[in-house]
Design a protein around this ligand. Structure first.
Ligand code: SF4
Length: 213
C-alpha cells in the first residue's frame, strides 16, 4: 500500500474527527499560550494561562512588571525566561498596534521571518502562531510528528524546514487541512502513538512499519 501524508491525514481525521484547534478564546490568548507551552506540557501551560487570564489583553499585559508576570506564569516552567519572551512578543505586536487583521495581510514568508526575529520565538512557535492566529497554511513540525512519521516508516529530513517543506510539497493543503493535521497528530501521539505505543486499534496500523525509537 502506498503511504502518503494525505492518507495519514485522512485516516486520522476519520478516526478522531475535527479537532477545531487551537484551544483558546482569542488569537492573543493563542499566541501567549504558544510561548507558555514551550518546553512543557499543555497541562502546565494551561495552569499558567489560568493565572494570567485577567491580563490576557495586550493593553493589560504590558502594564504588568516582568517579575509579576513571571510569578503568574510560574506553572509553565522557565517562567523568568518566558516572561521576557512574552514582553519581546508584545513589543513586536505593538508595532502593528496589536491589530491581528493587519498582520494577517502580510505575506507568509515575511511574517514568518518577523516572528523568528522575536527573541524566544523559534520555528515551532512561529508556525503555530502563523497557523492558528494569522490563518497561514503551514505544516508544524514537532516531536509528535517526528515520532509518528518515523514509526510509520518515513525517513524524514532532520532539519525543521526540510521536514516541513517535504510535507507541504506533497499535500494540496489549505488552511483547514494544516490546522487539523497538526491537531490530529498531537491527538494521535497522546492516544495511540505514545512513547510506548498502543498499536492495537490504531487507525494507522495497516500502513505502519512500527519502527521503534
Ligand atoms: S501502529 Fe503503533 S507505532 Fe504505528 S502509528 Fe499506530 S501507534 Fe504508532
Amino acid at each position: 500500500m502506498e503511504i502518503s501524508y494525505q492518507r495519514i491525514y485522512s485516516r486520522l481525521f476519520k478516526y478522531y474527527g475535527p479537532q477545531k484547534w487551537w484551544p483558546a478564546d482569542t488569537s492573543f490568548e493563542m499566541m501567549i499560550g504558544a510561548i507558555l507551552v514551550q518546553n512543557t506540557s499543555w497541562h502546565n501551560a494551561e495552569k499558567a494561562l489560568a493565572n494570567i487570564k485577567p491580563y490576557l489583553a495586550p493593553e493589560l499585559m504590558e502594564k504588568l512588571a516582568t517579575g509579576e508576570m513571571a510569578e503568574m506564569i510560574r506553572p509553565s516552567g522557565f517562567f523568568n525566561v518566558k516572561a521576557k519572551r512574552i514582553n519581546a512578543f508584545l513589543k513586536w505586536f505593538k508595532t502593528y498596534h496589536c491589530d491581528i487583521g493587519v498582520i494577517k495581510q502580510i505575506d507568509r514568508q515575511r511574517l514568518r521571518n518577523e516572528l523568528l526575529n522575536i527573541n524566544g520565538v523559534g520555528r515551532e512557535t512561529a508556525d503555530v502562531m502563523l497557523l492558528y492566529a494569522f490563518d497561514k497554511p503551514i505544516f508544524v513540525v514537532d516531536n509528535y510528528a517526528r515520532r509518528i512519521f518515523y514509526r510509520i516508516g518515513f525517513n524524514m529530513p532532520k532539519t525543521y524546514d526540510a521536514f516541513r517543506n517535504e510535507v507541504e510539497g506533497t499535500m494540496a493543503g489549505d488552511l483547514e487541512l494544516f490546522n487539523e493535521f497538526h491537531a490530529l497528530l498531537v491527538e494521535h501521539a497522546k492516544s495511540h502513538c505514545k512513547k510506548t505505543p498502543i498499536c492495537e486499534g490504531c487507525p494507522l496500523l495497516e500502513m505502519c512499519h512500527q519502527r521503534l525509537d
